[in-house]
Ligand binder design. Structure first.
Ligand SMILES: CC(C)(COP(=O)(O)OP(=O)(O)OC[C@H]1O[C@@H](n2cnc3c(N)ncnc32)[C@H](O)[C@@H]1OP(=O)(O)O)[C@@H](O)C(=O)NCCC(=O)NCCS
Length: 166
């Protein structure tokens, strides 16, 4: 039986081990990590799935800024599932839960770097045709989901690292 709960600070070592298992130990060389280094993750959107107390999935979000207006948005990820537990709905449950929570908290726009074939089921679509870019990242992997559809009428541009430093 799964249990989705906010991540606790004591969960950090288990989450790091899960991320290493899911992405490999060189994961921090990915371009998207440049937008996370030295920036606090969004505390209210860090969730884990536990089974018998053991973490088998996790997701986190980071703050980012968009374009010349510095519009505040979210960068979804990393999302990781224990490699032995793929395709059981764990990733799906984490993404749906936290997108709902993000909307309830008043966040208006979410971006991510990931496989479009996976994230389209959550309403994500390619961000490049809508005028978004992430320096150093493959435009084909940059996806967006507007929690407030009006946002896309006015917001576009280059994704920037949030100045909120730990
Ligand atoms: C990608 C990942 C988060 C998916 O989580 P999951 O719990 O295994 O997947 P879910 O049960 O939510 O969804 C399963 C469905 O997604 C599909 N799927 C899984 N990974 C996919 C991918 N990379 N691309 C396209 N589809 C994918 C499965 O084929 C399955 O399809 P179906 O519903 O038509 O049968 C997980 O496999 C993982 O941790 N992978 C390694 C790390 C990673 O790539 N993270 C995402 C990038 S931020």
């Amino acid at each position: 039986m799964y249990e989705i709960t906010p991540a606790l600070s004591a969960d950090a070592p288990a989450i790091e081990a899960l991320l290493d298992a899911a992405f490999g130990p060189d994961r921090k060389s990915k371009t998207s990590y440049r937008f996370r280094e030295g920036v606090d993750q969004v505390a209210d959107l860090s969730y884990v799935i536990r089974e018998h107390g053991r973490i088998i999935g996790s997701v986190s979000y980071w703050p980012i800024l968009i374009g010349e207006s510095d519009f505040p948005a979210l960068l979804l990820g990393p999302l990781a599932v224990n490699p032995l537990r793929k395709n059981e709905g764990i990733g799906r449950a984490l993404v749906f839960k936290t997108l709902d929570r993000a909307a309830a908290l008043g966040h208006r726009l979410v971006l991510l770097v990931g496989d479009p074939a996976y994230y389209s089921r959550f309403g994500f679509s390619p961000a490049a045709p809508a005028g978004f870019d992430m320096p150093g990242e493959d435009p084909a992997r940059l996806q967006l989901r507007a929690l407030d559809p009006q946002v896309l009428n006015t917001v576009r541009g280059t994704i920037k690292r949030s100045p909120r430093v730990c």
